[in-house]
Design a protein around this ligand. Structure first.
Ligand code: MGD
Ligand code: MGD
Ligand code: SF4
Ligand code: MO
Length: 704
């Protein structure tokens, strides 16, 4: 299935593009170009998932492209670190300076003194996750693990079901939909019409969230949960399902392993105990379990927030056990529709050029960037150069105060490639201008649907911006790495190598064809099918693993990100467990950090319209928690813990679970601290994921 929309070709043209944000919707986009200027963007009306609309972030992308603050040429720092004072330099000067600094650091300290960090500012297959890897591996730089998002969820998912793929569009058939820690209307907007269709046919939408998110406000039932206790809720549901005889025994017998062990664990989680742990009334837990088990097809759609806790991995393992217990996989629409990216035959190892990794190269975790740069994590050799691309560590990594202290080091050479002088780029020695999606070519997968898309280049780069791929071609030439053909591949040659075009999912799809049609559907089971109705999961034995007896060191290659096994996870119990976490009396509020409706992580938080849409940095509290602290709506206050203190405006909402502080992330610091200053860089229990929603805090009226 592909688009047939006719395109004009005059001085006004429409270019088939694809949004490369780290967003499950991966929209197919039509970019209007008039006299070589982007004048508008819209969603492709023929794309079955995009359905003609984009979103509150991207609707006026042209303003982002031509924003007055865009970095248009390479810059060299002239003031103190962080002062934001730069001078213009040429690309030749920038490349020469970077290569000479890198070379002298390699000579003096060894290549591991250079550290790359990148994430998903751009998710394109060419310009995204792996774009720095070949250059850095060839150099021999320290390897930076990128477990910021979905490493935990993905590891739990794969250990339970293998890389199973269903079509998220099949949710139209569901009769019971649980959005579990997932604010669909903000972060997966294009799934909403499918949910709306299911609801029109009588489906019930239940949202499990500590506060009344946009989606919770539109749900049939909002269940408020104490953050980080989802594992207990899932085990409580399993307890009820077993106790009330609602298990699909035939499905469990034929298509799962480990039921009796899971049942023994769940016996420790009767609803009354789970009420104490989660704050959800025991009768609601019973009702939820009964309705979920008996209203088939039932689907659970999770978000990432559940992983952002010390036991995020266990929680996801317990949640992912549920569909098999009630036989939800039997029906089109039933089960869970996550991580469709497993359906895309991307050659991640090739893109990353894992073959270039020098054996024994050390690996550090990106979440601990601040600890590494400040020497709290002692490294020999220490990090002497940092290169950042597709990422904004000051805002999106934990322990902001340490990150900033590290970036201030005069003996650290920092290079940042970005569109803007972000809070991270402010500390750079060299800033490099990056193209936006309108200015380069790419191919996109999706983690929320089954359409591959092409991003045709719509306009020439603005100013002297270059794509990430071109940036590393230039640096590779500067370092003399271009004896390896990878570093001179054209974008399209790289695209040919980046996917396994002969894979059955891509039958009938070619790069040439995609350039014309914009997008195409993978040849995988469709929305009216139930691919696991008779089991056959892509696990070792074809069964859902309710219990696992090997260790947890290996996860799907995409989460290994090409270079390393996930070693060092804490030993995982064979069946998921939940252990209550102590809360520090000095900081009794549990802080969650949902994302902005008008931002994508930290992007667009510098745009007027989007910022107006979010307001400034705020905290939303239950009125009782505010009253107990003498706080009123509109007060200027400070949210703090042992790690930091951030200025906020107080908002009140009865829909927030008492004891919870809702502090959205993404806002730029404006010279103060922001939410990541309060968050620990410790890893959680699986896939070495983050703890973004696990900080506890206190709040007081602002001193000045
Ligand atoms: N407190 C808190 N922090 C979180 C989370 C949370 O829930 N709470 N969630 C985490 C999650 S889920 C994620 S995925 C991460 C995201 O973390 P990041 O990937 O770091 O976040 P972004 O803000 O999307 O992008 C970073 C930068 O990439 C730049 N960029 C975009 N396109 C390009 C390009 O083509 N080339 C170059 N060179 N630069 C480009 C953008 O301008 C932006 O400054 O944040 C994590 N941080
Ligand atoms: N508009 C917009 N869309 C985005 C992004 C963005 O920044 N802005 N980011 C993109 C990225 S990188 C990602 S990973 C996805 C993530 O999008 P989602 O998966 O939806 O994740 P979050 O917004 O982190 O959290 C979803 C909901 O979980 C709730 N929550 C927080 N802690 C807990 C908890 O302990 N238990 C439960 N049950 N709920 C909890 C939050 O209050 C929030 O409403 O969105 C993508 N889409
Ligand atoms: S950010 Fe997401 S919803 Fe918005 S245009 Fe991009 S892919 Fe679509
Ligand atoms: Mo994410």
């Amino acid at each position: 299935m592909t688009s047939t929309l006719p395109l004009e070709d005059t001085s006004t043209r429409v270019v088939r593009a694809a949004c490369a944000h780290d967003c499950p919707d991966a929209c197919a986009m039509l970019v209007t170009v008039e006299n070589e200027v982007v004048t508008g963007v819209r969603g492709d009306p023929e794309h079955p998932f995009t359905q003609g609309g984009l979103c509150a972030k991207v609707n006026d992308l042209e303003k982002h492209v031509y924003h007055k603050d865009r970095v248009l040429h390479p810059l060299r720092r002239v003031g103190p670190k962080g002062s934001g004072q730069f001078e213009r330099i040429s690309w030749d000067e920038a490349v020469a300076e970077i290569c000479s600094r890198f070379s002298s650091i390699v000579d003096e300290y060894g290549a591991e003194a250079i550290m790359p960090t990148s994430y998903l500012g751009n998710e394109g297959i060419l310009n995204g996750l792996n774009v720095m890897d070949p250059f850095m591996h060839r150099l021999g730089a320290t390897i930076t693990e990128r477990t910021f998002c979905t490493s935990t969820r993905g590891s739990a998912y794969v250990r339970t079901m293998g890389p199973a793929v269903t079509d998220p569009e099949s949710i139209v058939h569901a009769r019971y939909i649980i959005a579990w820690g997932h604010n669909m209307l903000t972060s997966n907007l294009h799934l909403w019409p499918f949910v709306a269709k299911a609801r029109k046919r009588g489906a019930k939408l239940v949202v499990i969230d500590p506060y009344a998110s946009r989606t919770a406000r539109r749900a049939d039932w909002h269940i408020r949960i104490r953050p980080g206790t989802d594992g207990a809720l899932a085990l409580g549901m399993i307890n009820v399902i077993i106790a009330e005889g609602l298990v699909d025994t035939e499905y469990v017998d034929n298509h799962t392993v480990g039921f009796s062990e899971l049942a023994a664990r769940a016996a420790d989680f009767p609803p009354e105990r789970v009420e104490e742990l989660t704050g959800i009334p025991a009768d609601d837990i019973r009702t939820l379990a009964r309705e979920y088990a008996t209203t088939q097809p039932a689907v659970i759609r999770v978000g990432t927030a559940v992983e952002n806790h010390p036991q995020g991995g266990q929680a996801f393992r317990a949640i992912f056990s549920l569909p098999a217990l009630v036989g939800a996989w039997r029906y089109p629409g039933g089960g869970t529709h996550e991580l469709s990216l497993f359906g895309f035959p991307v050659n991640f190892d090739r893109l990353s050029r894992v073959d270039l990794i020098k054996p024994g190269t050390r690996v550090v975790n990106g979440m601990q960037l601040g600890r590494v740069l400040t020497g709290e994590v002692e490294l020999d050799p220490p990090i002497k150069a940092l290169m950042v691309c597709n990422s904004n560590p000051v805002i999106t990594y934990p322990e902001q105060n340490k990150t900033i202290a590290g970036l201030k080091r005069d003996d650290l050479f920092t290079v940042v490639s970005d569109h803007f002088i972000t809070d991270t780029a402010r500390f750079a020695d060299i800033v490099l201008p990056a193209t936006t999606i309108t200015e380069h070519f790419d191919v996109n997968f999706s983690w929320g649907h089954l359409y591959i898309a092409i991003n045709n280049q719509a306009i020439k780069p603005v100013g002297e911006a270059v794509s990430n791929v071109e940036l590393f071609r230039r640096l590779a030439a500067g370092m003399g790495f271009d004896d390896d053909p990878w570093f001179t591949l054209s974008d399209e040659e790289m695209a040919e190598q980046s996917l396994d075009w002969s894979a059955p999912q891509l039958a009938g799809i070619s790069l040439e064809g995609l350039k014309k049609t914009g997008w195409a559907r993978l040849a995988l089971p469709g929305p009216d099918e139930a691919p696991y109705a008779d089991g056959g999961f892509p696990t070792v034995d074809g069964r859902v693993a309710l219990a696992v007896h090997d260790d947890f060191d290996s996860v799907a290659p995409v989460f290994r990100q090409g270079y390393t096994e996930m070693q060092g996870d804490r030993p995982s119990p064979s069946v998921p467990d939940y252990v209550e976490q102590p809360v520090d009396d000095r900081y009794p509020l549990r802080m969650i950090t949902p994302r902005g409706h008008h931002f994508i992580s930290s992007q667009y938080a510098n745009m007027d319209r989007q910022l107006r849409g979010e307001g400034g940095q705020h905290v939303t509290l239950h009125p009782d928690d505010a009253a107990g602290r003498g706080l009123s709506a509109g007060d200027r206050a400070e949210v703090f813990n042992e790690r930091g203190c951030i200025p906020v405006e107080v908002l009140l909402d009865e829909g927030v679970m008492p004891g919870v502080a809702v502090v959205p992330y993404g806002f730029w610091t404006d010279g103060a601290s922001s939410v990541s200053a309060l968050i620990s860089g410790d890893a959680n229990d699986l896939g070495r994921g983050p703890r973004y929603s696990a900080a506890t805090v206190e709040i007081r009226i602002a001193s000045a």
